[in-house]
Design a protein around this ligand. Structure first.
Ligand code: NAD
Length: 257
């Protein structure tokens, strides 16, 4: 694959950062994004390590104006965006009767509305050049539910529906759209849940990991982060040109049950 420009939301932490590293290792330009205080440093370090061109944007994906600005900056610098990875995401765990509306709105805003806004923003460039790869990081929770995660499960089921719709609309323009559905990967979003679940259930750290988190994950261990990143890279590669509208579970057998 020739050099492409890849925009990855939430790429200064976790799965997004691992994905950025895989694309950087292939020599692509990366548009980094994320809210980490040291995000600019993280992006600069990856770019230096792999000798790539890059841009860092601290855009808050809840703000449509900031999304448009980030895409404009990227297009000014690189001419286009070829690959969009909608990865930024948040979680909040609570029984529905206590679920705060502001948490619901933030989860739907970041996990579902932002991918819609980003897709809209990059679409004209992808359509014009008749090439685009959009990869949405959904979740095993896009395929099945767990209690106390009503907003997250709704957002991730929603993004799978969005993925299918965009696959249909993109087909005439060689724009593919697919989703990746990770099981539990040990990143900050999961680390934060361990603490919350310890408090909620009165369990130890190891009990939360084994009895709550990995209970449904058949392999009974966290998914190595590189496996998610490599799946994203495969969906963007020439080998996946005719793969569109699907959701790839990388969840250690969770949804086999
Ligand atoms: P993480 O917390 O390590 O990273 C999330 C990233 O999103 C961070 O860079 C953060 O700054 C960014 N972000 C959050 N809110 C943002 C906002 N308003 N604007 C811009 N950036 C924002 O989490 P992760 O585990 O790497 O999660 C990445 C994606 O993978 C999420 O969509 C998550 O739902 C999904 N996922 C994770 C797991 C897992 O087990 N870790 C499992 C399934 C799906």
């Amino acid at each position: 694959m020739t050099k492409k420009t890849v925009l990855i939301t939430g790429s200064t932490s976790g799965i997004g950062l691992a994905t950025a590293r895989v694309f950087a290792a292939k020599g692509h330009n990366i548009v980094f994004n994320g809210l980490e205080a040291n995000g600019a440093e993280i992006a600069a370090d990856v770019a230096k390590e792999f000798g790539i061109d890059y841009l860092f944007s601290p855009c808050n994906v809840l703000e449509s104006k900031q999304i448009d600005e980030m895409v404009s900056q990227a297009v000014d610098k690189f001419g286009t965006i070829d690959i969009l990875v909608n990865n930024a995401g948040i979680q909040f765990v609570s029984p529905v009767k206590d679920f705060p509306l502001e948490k619901w709105n933030a989860i739907i805003g970041i996990n579902l509305t932002a991918p819609f806004l980003l897709t809209k923003a990059v679409w004209p460039y992808m359509e014009k050049q008749k090439f685009g790869r959009i990869i949405n990081i959904a979740s095993a929770h896009g395929l099945v539910a767990s209690e106390y995660k009503s907003a997250y499960v709704s957002s991730k089921h929603g993004i799978i529906g969005f993925t299918k719709t965009i696959a249909l609309e993109g087909a005439p323009f060689n724009i593919t759209c697919n989703a990746v559905c990770p099981g539990y990967v040990h990143t900050p979003i999961v680390e934060n849940q361990i603490g919350d679940q310890m408090k909620a259930h009165g369990l130890s750290r190891e009990e939360v990991i084994q009895k709550v988190m990995l209970a449904k994950q058949a392999i009974k261990s966290f998914i190595p982060i590189e496996l998610i990143a490599n799946t994203v890279a495969f969906l963007a590669a020439d080998e996946a040109t005719t793969i569109t509208g699907i959701s790839v579970p990388v969840e250690g057998g969770w949804t086999a049950q």
